[in-house]
Write a protein that binds this ligand. Structure first.
Ligand SMILES: [Zn+2]
Length: 269
């Protein structure tokens, strides 16, 4: 049955980075406090009939505020793989943290696919807690509310097919309404995990990332990813520089910037 589905190309494109240490990325530290930088990505799912942007990143202003290195705008990053943000019709937002949902003015035509629960989370009682709202940008949250009033938000509750071969799945954990995306490719089912697993070591060593709303749901999310992806090599982590190291570059020009994650990794160690 799956064979009848259209296959998609999938691009992971880096737009920012930050220096960090290994101990910052795991609840259970293994005490090797070695450098472990973090990459910031947007993704593009490209089919014959339509393209789907996954997440819209943050802008230079937010980068300066949070001391992140903004290498290029997400729109410029997407342009490098042939996506015109101005014309994008479909944007899937994995969640509403600042590094995933900014720059909406650069995607003026797009419908936004978002878990209903995430909007409730980002505008509800837990935002009274500084430690939880810290990862949100009030401007970006407000922009999504504006998009809602402009008929541009498509709410998902749980699982939904966005197009044949593309489904979104609520997992929660990191934020209450986080969703992952499963995409049909020539090599089978690939899962864009976004922040359901920031790094490969979070899921494969079962060691959760410390920015977490519900640890139990984050651990369940790892199980969901395992169930949805055809193999560990079909999982695309949300912030891991290994994505660019493991998967083939989209082109010679985009080496170290954009990877084709619909293709098999070149190596996996
Ligand atoms: Zn993130």
């Amino acid at each position: 049955m799956a064979n009848a589905l259209e296959t998609y190309e999938i691009y992971a494109v880096k737009y920012a980075q930050r220096d960090a240490f290994r101990a910052q990325h795991f609840i259970f530290s293994d005490a090797h406090d070695v450098p472990m930088p973090m990459d910031y990505f947007v993704w593009a799912i490209v089919g014959k009939k339509a393209s789907y942007v996954v997440d819209t990143g943050f802008d230079a202003k937010e980068a300066a505020k949070r001391k992140r290195e903004h290498v290029r705008t997400p729109a410029a990053a997407l342009r490098m793989v042939g996506i015109d943000a101005e014309k994008a019709e479909h944007v899937i937002l994995t969640h509403m943290h600042y590094d995933h949902c900014g720059n909406l003015d650069q995607f003026p035509k797009a419908k936004l696919y978002l878990q209903e629960r995430e909007m409730g989370f980002a505008t509800g009682r837990y935002m009274r807690e500084q430690v939880i709202r810290h990862s949100f940008s009030i401007d970006y949250v407000t922009d999504i509310v504006r998009a809602l009033y402009d008929d541009r938000v498509e709410f998902v509750s749980g699982v939904r097919e966005i197009a044949p071969g593309i489904t979104v799945h609520h997992v929660g954990g990191h934020t209450d309404g986080l969703q992952v995306i499963r995409v049909w490719t020539k090599r089978g089912w690939v899962v864009l995990a976004s922040d359901a697993t920031h790094f490969y070591d979070n899921i494969f060593r079962t060691n959760p990332f410390p920015i977490v709303f519900n640890v139990g749901h984050m651990l369940e999310g790892y199980r969901t990813i395992h169930a949805l992806a055809d193999s560990p090599q079909h999982v695309v982590a949300g912030h891991d520089p290994l994505v660019l190291a493991r998967f083939p570059a989209a082109s010679k020009e985009t080496q170290g910037i954009a990877a084709r994650v619909d293709l098999a990794p070149l190596h996996w160690e």
